[in-house]
Design a protein around this ligand. Structure first.
Ligand code: GLV
Ligand code: MG
Length: 325
């Protein structure tokens, strides 16, 4: 271990993160009754400019009046480059801040963006005498944000999670795709032209670098990395493939932009029974090895050592936190 120890964000289940437009009170009600681990009530891109004020009122009412038991709630404010943002923060936190777990800050570009919001939120919390500190969820969805991701991730003790906003990120980097998440047929590798062998074209994951970079920045700072939206809501297999790639890389969960994606995310980001059983066997085998003074042994023909205990504990701890709810 390094001599530098980073604090960990508060432990929360974040397998599914449901996006729900603040302009639609019916959807807000449904979200409160649904199975998502985290719900973000959106004031930003799912809300048309003409609906922004009403959506803000709806969201304040929903945070205060609906029963959100069993889930964490967040409000996605508008970007720092808009004139809506200051009122989103002031009105929502002044009027509903004691019920709110987090705010979600979109299009974060620099550590100073986070710092500015930390100042504003701190003043409101102090003025209102709130005991609980509001956490920050930060969406990394611009080239600037991705370039500054490490400074952003450590910019405030309020930071809890980083989210990959694939749609805005594609636009910001001028990626040649109009999909929201998922693969693109033009991003692939053609195998070499070898005599007697058929050439094959393998699709690649054009988001690999961005998600892997976000996972590192988040984990290095004790935050939860969360994969963003998958736009093709009819394609459950596509959602699953994207979610599993993110899970394997270390993400805690994924957005659901439609209620049908919530159960899928909850399931896909929970370790399977087989994974938990295997992890427990690794821990047992290593405990036995250590009693015998060995640093490494083989289990099912594969080498395991002290690092394997840590890998296995990640899975077992996750499974326990899911059972604990
Ligand atoms: C989310 O906000 C995205 O842009 O994908
Ligand atoms: Mg976005």
């Amino acid at each position: 271990m390094s001599f530098t120890i980073k604090d960990q964000a508060p432990a929360r289940l974040n397998r599914s993160e449901l996006a729900v437009p603040g302009s639609n009170p019916k959807f807000l009600q449904k979200a409160a009754a649904g199975p998502a681990d985290v719900v973000f009530l959106d004031l930003e891109d799912a809300v048309a400019p003409s609906d922004k004020e009403q959506a803000r009122k709806n969201v304040i009412e929903a945070v205060n009046d609906l029963d959100w038991t069993g889930k964490a709630i967040s409000v996605r404010i508008n970007g720092l480059d808009t004139h809506y943002m200051y009122k989103d923060v002031v009105d929502v936190i002044e009027q509903a801040g004691d019920k709110l777990d987090m705010i979600m800050i979109p299009k974060v570009g620099t550590a100073a963006d986070v710092y500015a919001l930390d100042m504003l939120v701190s003043q409101i919390e102090q003025a209102k005498g709130y005991k609980k500190k509001i956490g920050f969820e930060l969406i990394i969805e611009t080239a600037l944000g991705m370039a500054n991701i490490h400074e952003i991730a450590s910019a405030s003790p309020r930071n809890e999670s980083l989210h990959f906003g694939v749609a805005d990120y594609a636009a910001s980097t001028k990626a040649r795709t109009t999909n929201i998440g998922g693969p693109n047929a033009d991003y692939g590798v053609l195998t070499d032209d070898i005599e007697g062998e058929a050439r094959e074209y393998h699709w690649g994951d054009m988001w690999h670098y961005a998600i892997a970079r976000m996972v590192v920045a988040a984990r290095a700072n004790g935050l939860r990395p969360v994969d963003g939206p998958f736009g093709d809501i009819g394609d459950a297999d596509g959602y699953k493939a994207q979610a599993m790639r993110a899970a394997v890389l270390g993400c805690e969960g994924k957005w659901a932009i439609h209620p049908t994606q919530i159960d899928q995310a909850n399931e896909l980001f929970s370790p399977s029974e087989a994974e938990v059983t295997k992890a427990k066997r690794i821990i047992e085998a290593m405990e036995q090895a250590q009693k015998e003074g060995k640093g490494a042994v083989t289990l099912d023909g594969r080498l395991i050592d002290i690092a394997s205990i840590k890998q296995a504990e990640v899975i077992v701890t996750k499974a326990e936190s899911i059972v604990a709810g």
